[in-house]
Write a protein that binds this ligand. Structure first.
Ligand code: NAP
Length: 317
């Protein structure tokens, strides 16, 4: 029996992930946990989803609940609860209030679903990955965060649209912080197996413009429609399906580093990993050029600083 639980199920991401996962027809039960104040809304979402899913004859149980013990025996628990970014806010502005929520839920996951993989979405996601790791006491292979996988999909889209090429031809990756200090690995990006630099030489692609567009992709959507929705939800579904199917794809997730990439340690950052049913099978020690390496170190410095403040604040409360 394959069971996935979503905490913060009444939210934009929670609801959309539930539906995109349910449509795949590979999960037996999705537990949609919410605070009691949102329970009725989640019940409504479930009824609406059942109507849609019957069009494809999907056989699934969607459980709306405010009883967290119902997450027991989940393969994956998604933590998406928290205060989202509003127009003009940085992801780091959310760190202290969201850390309290993530800590409480990670402790509950350790109690009720001790064999699960925890997937963190709550921002600032790299900091929250460390918070969840420390609060759950899980092996670090079983606590991952979504961030740079979404950024990598965004970079792929920007390049595909610029060059009018099917996005399947583009292999690219963004690592580091899911935020201003993300590091697009342009030096190793390929299009149809050829390095991006060959395409740049004969095109009008402005790299600094591309990087700005990438870094502001989330904020641009939030300023226009109030929240990001389809992009993160599909990126999360990708990660969960890879875990459930034990597909061992190389995807970029936030993970607590202990020197595996460029010697960076005691901070969670996005790096490529082989993802399997137990979470992370291996971290891939990526190769970077000199500028990318310096940017990666700066991402580590910035995220470490916020993580330190959050750890202190959780200790004082
Ligand atoms: P949202 O629609 O506001 O939903 C957030 C949910 O969090 C709420 O529906 C609520 O769920 C729960 N919540 C809110 N305040 C809470 C509190 N004080 N205590 C416990 N639970 C609380 O936000 P969203 O757009 O889904 O985004 C959710 C999070 O994901 C945000 O932190 C956002 O910044 C982040 N995000 C991350 C990425 C990424 O790539 N990592 C992408 C997009 C969004 P219930 O009432 O159902 O419990």
């Amino acid at each position: 029996m394959v069971k996935v639980s979503i905490l913060g199920a009444s939210g934009t991401i929670g609801t959309n992930v539930a539906f995109s996962l349910a449509k795949e027809d590979i999960i037996d039960e999705i537990v949609m946990y919410s605070r009691p104040s949102s329970h009725e809304k989640v019940q409504g979402e479930v009824l609406d989803m059942y109507d849609a899913l019957s069009a494809d004859d999907v056989d699934i149980t969607l459980t709306a609940t405010s009883d967290i013990s119902e997450i027991a025996f989940s393969s994956v628990v998604l933590i998406t609860s928290g205060i989202p970014r509003k127009k003009g806010m940085s992801r780091l502005d959310l760190a202290i209030p969201n850390a309290k929520i993530v800590k409480e839920y990670a402790e509950a996951v350790a109690k009720y679903a001790p064999d699960s993989v925890i997937l963190i979405v709550t921002n600032p996601v790299d900091v929250m990955t460390t918070v969840a790791l420390e609060a759950s006491g899980f092996d670090k292979k079983r606590v991952i965060g979504l961030g740079n996988h979404l950024d990598s999909l965004r970079l792929k889209t920007i390049l595909a649209r610029h060059f009018h090429i099917n996005s399947g031809e583009i292999h690219t990756r963004v690592i580091g912080e899911h935020g201003d200090h993300m590091v697009p690995l342009l030096s190793s990006t390929t299009i149809g197996g050829l390095l991006l630099k060959y395409f740049v030489e004969s095109s009008d692609l402005d790299i600094s413009n591309l990087v700005n567009q990438l870094k502001n992709a989330g904020a641009t959507i939030i300023s226009r429609k109030g929240a990001t929705q389809y992009g993160p939800s599909y990126a999360i579904s990708n990660l969960i399906i890879t875990i459930i199917n034990d597909s061992r794809k190389i995807l970029t997730v936030s993970t607590y580093l202990e020197g595996e990439v460029e010697g960076v340690y005691d901070v969670s950052l996005g790096v490529p990993v082989i993802l399997c049913k137990n979470g992370i099978q291996d971290i891939i020690p990526v190769k970077m050029d000199k500028t990318e390496r310096l940017e990666f170190f700066e991402a580590a410095r910035q995220v470490k600083k916020v993580t330190k403040g959050v750890r202190q604040s959780l200790k004082n409360n």
